[in-house]
Write a protein that binds this ligand. Structure first.
Ligand SMILES: NC(=O)c1ccc[n+]([C@@H]2O[C@H](COP(=O)([O-])OP(=O)(O)OC[C@H]3O[C@@H](n4cnc5c(N)ncnc54)[C@H](OP(=O)(O)O)[C@@H]3O)[C@@H](O)[C@H]2O)c1
Length: 249
């Protein structure tokens, strides 16, 4: 059975990845900080899908946590999903510097180091896949969050180009607004976000995995967000920056 390691696997998109991959008979390694919740998720997945599920409690913003997950990835995984992430309440430069750095550690350093840990085994086996969860925000201006997700998109495309082996797929997944715990955890007020802009985590994961199978390097699920990204590229950059830094913050 192939093995998938998913970071941030206990909620939202990560939990949707876990359900979908378990249904496709992957053995799973679930990573998140909350140990009790990890055990609960693992129990449910084993019961429902009959697959092997390991849990690895780790805070990926700490050196020990990241090293523990790197070590597990080096043992060999067929699919790595770098999904764990969070948003800030407030805008630059009001967010405390320590919180900005924590975000860069999770969104950039962890993605870089886990990708580096996964690649030698994948190259040896001449197969494997890495999904780095970015965001539609990567194409707009929303403080350190969008900057870190722009890094994820560019990094994924650059790594895929440098590896240059279609048997090893590396893709950035760029969802729009998804109903998860993300906004509540960040203390964001979502009242101003129109209903039609909300996506379901299961739909995002299904479309993302389909794009991965097709060999895409960047996946923007749903026609609504494909349109928004395309229009964003047509609007003058100054106007785009002004509007995107104000919507849904
Ligand atoms: N929801 C959206 O609208 C949206 C849109 C675009 C992109 N995204 C991206 O999608 C990804 C998943 O977000 P989500 O919406 O599913 O969020 P979520 O529902 O809040 O889930 C976040 C997951 O990450 C884990 N996590 C958070 N910090 C961690 C850390 N330091 N170390 C290890 N695990 C950690 C959480 O578990 P613990 O708390 O137990 O650690 C949880 O399992 C993120 O990268 C986010 O930026 C979300």
């Amino acid at each position: 059975m192939p093995t998938a390691l998913i970071t941030g696997a206990t909620a939202g998109l990560g939990a949707a990845f876990a359900r979908r991959l378990a249904a496709e008979a992957f053995s799973l390694v679930l990573v998140a900080r909350d140990e009790a919740r990890l055990a609960e998720s693992a129990g449910q997945l084993k019961l429902r899908y009959g697959v092997d599920v390991e849990t690895l409690p780790a805070d990926l913003t700490t050196d020990e946590g990241l090293a523990a997950v790197e070590a597990r990835v080096r043992q060999g995984v067929d699919l790595l999903v770098n999904n764990a992430g969070f948003g800030h309440h407030g805008r630059f430069p009001d967010v405390p510097a320590a919180d900005e750095v924590r975000m860069l550690k999770l969104h950039c350093e962890a993605v870089l180091r886990l990708t580096l840990a996964a690649l030698p085994g994948m190259r040896e086996r001449e197969r494997g896949a890495i999904v780095n969860v970015a965001s539609v925000a990567a194409f707009f201006s929303r403080g350190t969050y969008s900057a870190s997700k722009a890094w994820v998109v560019n990094f994924s495309e650059s790594a895929a180009a440098d590896i240059g082996d279609p048997r090893i797929k590396i893709m950035a997944l760029c969802p729009g607004f998804v109903r998860t715990e993300f906004h509540q955890r960040a203390g964001m007020d979502t009242a101003g976000i129109p209903g039609f802009l909300w996506l379901k985590a299961d739909d995002v994961v299904r479309e993302g995995l389909r794009d991965l199978a097709l060999g895409k390097r960047v996946s923007v699920p749903d026609v609504r967000y494909k349109t928004i990204v395309a229009l964003g590229r047509l609007v003058p950059r100054g106007l785009q920056h002004y509007v995107s830094s104000r919507i849904g913050r």
